[in-house]
Design a binder for this molecule. Structure first.
Ligand code: AMP
Length: 423
């Protein structure tokens, strides 16, 4: 029979490694909540139209989407990103603004598999819908910044730019097009073919010919209207005030078409992958309207979980601390009733408890307790079962005491309390 394996571009995350994942997600939830963002959960697949609205000319939508007709004949797509779904949800439910949410989940993009680039990957992110205040941009950028610090990822570089808005972008687009048309032959093949469709994309091209042309290209920052210029200046001043170092990167346009005004990317230079971005985001003041809602400004970011973990490995910074997996291991070689009942009682007291199965030998159960890394074992053999007692053994120092079965939970809690007992 053919061996069954996970599809290319996907991976399994197994314990104990998955401990880093849960620690990272817990940290994100804490940092987001500390700034007033509440969890939002949206479907992993949506009507195809939801994602088409984010920009038909982007690679994410044009080339990489997992879309298909379901058994009911509906055109659906696995989400390539979460912002579109969150905006769809806001337009559908119209919660009061400002609506500040965070999310965690997987996205799907049919990309060529390489280090740091997967077909199913995971993001954590925030979206804030309903305010054009530039200080909200500062808050959003700061939440991401504080999160990287909280997980111990040092050396993150923040790149920031403004893409202007509907007032000033069209004129800039024309100026850029004029410049690029005059140099069409010098662009890479893809951008020669697609220049008219999306000239801003060329700014982001990593290929040498395009980069050389872009070096002398007009910059959006020099073409901002007064309102966009004031907005950007306030954002930059806010980042300075919060002590968040940043570099203005005039060619930063990001991969999705819906961005306006502030765009930013967090990079981890320690990553030796082709793209070292560990996250990015920006304003999307036109997207709510694009999705059928009233004109409503908004901003958000998405951070790549896999890339952050790779970057943590590369900087050899301590991964998010994995806590001891267990508090207690119950060892029972008197028939199993004590293991069954004491495990449940200890868990109900809020402790993390495991045990062996299948009537394993005493020796095998002690080995399992060691492997599990629990500081305490509760031991019930035939003598203890007959006497209605149990032994509590501290596996760290071998110290052991005998207690009445009814006292086990209270004693264990006492020992594990940081300031009490022998623990
Ligand atoms: P984006 O909005 O496309 O820039 O995605 C935000 C972040 O998600 C990026 O900075 C990456 O860290 C991560 N990311 C995007 N695409 C992938 C992928 N195919 N595999 C792994 N991580 C990704």
């Amino acid at each position: 029979m053919a061996e069954l394996r996970n599809p290319p571009g996907t991976f399994d995350v197994l314990p104990p490694d998955s401990g880093r994942w849960s620690a990272l997600l817990a940290t994100f939830a804490r940092v987001a909540a500390s700034a007033g963002y509440g969890l939002v959960v949206t479907p992993t697949f949506e009507d195809l139209a939801v994602f088409q609205r984010v920009g038909e000319s982007t690679d994410v939508v044009r080339k990489e989407m997992y879309d298909f007709a379901d058994k009911g004949g509906r055109r659906v797509a696995l989400r390539p990103e979460v912002t579109a779904s969150v905006v769809r949800a806001w337009v559908q439910h119209r919660p009061p603004t400002p609506w500040k949410t965070w999310y965690a989940g997987s996205n799907f993009r049919y990309e060529r598999q390489q280090a740091g680039r997967y077909r199913e990957f995971h993001q954590v992110g925030i979206e804030a819908i309903g305010s054009a205040d530039p200080d909200l941009d500062v808050e959003v950028v700061a939440v991401g910044w504080d999160f990287y610090r909280a997980v111990g990822l040092d050396g993150v570089e923040l790149l920031i730019n403004s893409l202007g808005d509907a007032t000033c972008r069209p004129a800039y687009r024309e100026a850029l097009l004029d410049y690029l048309r005059a140099r069409l032959g010098q662009l890479c093949d893809e951008h020669q073919a697609r220049l008219e469709e999306n000239p801003l994309r060329v700014l982001d091209c990593k290929k040498a010919p395009c980069r050389a042309v872009v070096a002398g290209a007009p910059r959006q920052l020099d073409h901002l209207c007064e309102a966009c210029a004031a907005h950007f200046a306030r954002v930059v001043a806010g980042l300075d005030s919060l002590g968040i170092p940043h570099r203005i990167e005039t060619t930063l346009v990001r991969g999705l078409d819906y961005y306006t005004r502030t765009t930013f990317e967090y990079c981890a230079p320690a990553l030796e992958t082709a793209n070292n971005a560990v996250g990015g985001g920006g304003r999307y003041d036109g997207l709510v309207e694009e999705m059928g809602g009233p004109p409503t400004p908004a901003i958000g970011f998405a951070l790549g979980v896999e890339r952050i973990l790779l970057a943590l490995d590369a900087t050899s910074a301590a991964a998010p601390a994995a806590t001891a997996p267990l508090d207690v291991f119950v060892i029972d070689f008197a028939g199993g009733e004590a293991a069954r009942d004491l495990s449940a009682a200890l868990r109900r007291a809020g402790l993390r408890v495991d045990r062996a199965w299948d009537g394993r030998s005493t020796k095998a159960q002690f080995r399992a307790a060691d492997r599990a890394g629990a500081p305490l074992a509760v031991i019930v053999g035939p003598d203890e079962a007959a006497a209605g007692s149990a032994r509590i053994k501290d596996l760290r120092d071998g110290h052991e005491r005998s207690v009445a079965a009814a006292r086990v939970v209270a004693e264990v809690v006492d020992i594990l309390r940081p300031t009490g007992g022998t623990g």
